[in-house]
Ligand binder design. Structure first.
Ligand code: FNR
Length: 416
């Protein structure tokens, strides 16, 4: 109600309520490189497009005359009561969108009662971000480092920061093939952006101080870097540089980050290490099929995020909403199911929940809102999601999140 009244001639909103327009607003606020990094996907961006079109395969069927005057959008997740079934997906390098980066997002998330999943690649150390949130719920997203000592250190820090869960991202053991970044020969980490989570870590920095100082760029330990450099050379434009990293220690930190940030050799058995090191619920982010979901259950995992990283990793990967129904059937209530990739409105969230998800993660829209309006922009973005969700729920004849899941409010569009 306040969004409608506020928007009718008195106070114009900071950000567009339409996702596509919000993206255009954000484009105007960022460098070409920053916008490409956030907006881009893998390959021809077919999975990115499929994430969106999958929502069109389902149509909402409203039920009327059910007394929907009083509604409750809240839900419980791992002991936290959430205002609505939304979380903020982990997004690294938010400094590209706004100088306040994670701090602004954290304040907005806390004000709106939406958990913020801190990225392992965050621009701000988790301790500082957590300090912006009071008692509001927050999670930590982990990229499994080559060093288990670093993994253990991150997890201990997350526990001390009051995180309610750890989400291990499985789909980014290497960066995907991302033509928009490759064409600009751009990778934020090579400029030292998005590694503060590491440089604020005592174990990581101990390792940095112990490594022999080669003082030169890595010899292509990361495919992406090698490719970016090759393209830059071929086009005779400046390649990734270390020029803005002044101290030798900072240079070594970037180099060490690139060499250790992920472990492509990770296997299911190694998840036991994490289980031994934390009592927090563990989620696996990036699951896209029923078999892997079943394996997660078998390994005592507490939840999954059905995700294809916003179509940024494997071009041609299955759309998350297409993958969801099979996964929900296989899991059969034995662990929590979150979904992201392509969620652009409260109505999208409604569909994901009607198909059996417990909650959804908002990704790019809040990064764009941050670029356009800082903390206030992210708040508005969350308010819009919540209001649209509440309206869709009420207009469809549901008074609560569980009624959405139980009621037959969706049909496949071919049948409609
Ligand atoms: C991401 N995502 C991501 N995921 C993760 O586990 N750790 C991370 O550090 C990041 N970083 C990141 C940066 C940027 C710029 C984007 C756009 C995405 C993926 C993110 O958590 C989520 O899965 C997707 O954003 C969901 O897709 P949509 O809804 O943004 O299309």
């Amino acid at each position: 109600k306040s969004i409608y009244l506020g928007g009718s001639g008195r106070k114009r909103p900071l950000i567009s309520t339409r996702a596509t327009l919000l993206e255009e607003q954000a484009r105007g606020r960022m460098s070409a490189e920053a916008f490409a990094y956030i907006a881009g996907g893998a390959g021809e961006e077919r999975t990115m497009a499929a994430n969106r079109s999958a929502f069109d395969n389902w149509r909402i069927v409203p039920h009327y005359l059910r007394d929907v005057e009083s509604r409750d959008t809240s839900t419980e997740l791992f002991g936290d009561r959430l205002a609505a079934p939304f979380l903020l997906a982990p997004i690294g390098v938010l400094e590209m969108a706004h100088a306040q980066a994670d701090r602004a997002v954290a304040r907005a998330a806390a004000a709106e009662g939406v958990p913020f999943i801190f990225s392992n690649q965050a621009s701000v150390p988790m301790e500082e971000t957590a300090a912006c949130m009071g008692d509001s719920p927050r999670w930590f997203q982990l990229y499994w480092s080559k060093s288990n000592d670093v993994v253990a250190s991150f997890v201990e820090r997350a526990e001390r920061c009051g995180c309610s869960a750890i989400a291990v991202t499985l789909d980014t053991t290497m960066l995907g093939w991302r033509p928009r970044d490759l064409d600009l020969a751009f990778l934020p980490f090579l400029r030292g952006q998005g590694i503060a989570q590491y440089t604020s870590d005592p174990v990581f920095m101990q390792q940095v101080s112990e490594r022999p100082d080669s003082g030169r760029p890595p010899e292509a330990p990361l495919n992406h870097h090698a490719i970016g450099t090759a393209i830059a050379q071929a086009r005779n434009v400046p390649g990734p540089t270390f020029s803005n990293l002044k101290s030798g220690k900072a240079r070594r930190a970037v180099q060490h980050f690139i060499e250790t940030y992920s472990r492509p050799s990770l296997t299911w058995d190694e998840l036991a290490f994490l289980r031994e090191h934390t009592k927090l619920p563990i989620l696996l982010k990036g699951i896209l099929d029923a078999d892997n979901a079943q394996r997660a259950v078998d390994h005592g995992i507490d939840g999954i995020v059905v995700s294809n990283h916003g179509g940024r990793q494997v071009d041609g990967a299955v759309a998350t909403l297409d993958a969801l129904p099979d996964i929900v059937r296989a899991v059969d209530g034995r662990m929590k199911i979150l979904v992201d990739s392509g969620i652009r409105s409260g109505a999208d969230a409604f569909k994901a929940i009607a198909l059996g998800a417990d909650a959804v993660c908002i990704g790019r829209p809040y990064a764009y809102a941050l670029a356009v309006g800082g903390e206030a922009g992210v708040r508005e973005c969350l308010q819009n999601f919540k209001a649209d969700f509440d309206l869709t729920m009420g207009l469809s004849g549901c008074c609560s999140v569980s009624e959405i899941r139980e009621g037959s409010t969706l049909v496949e569009s071919s049948a409609s």
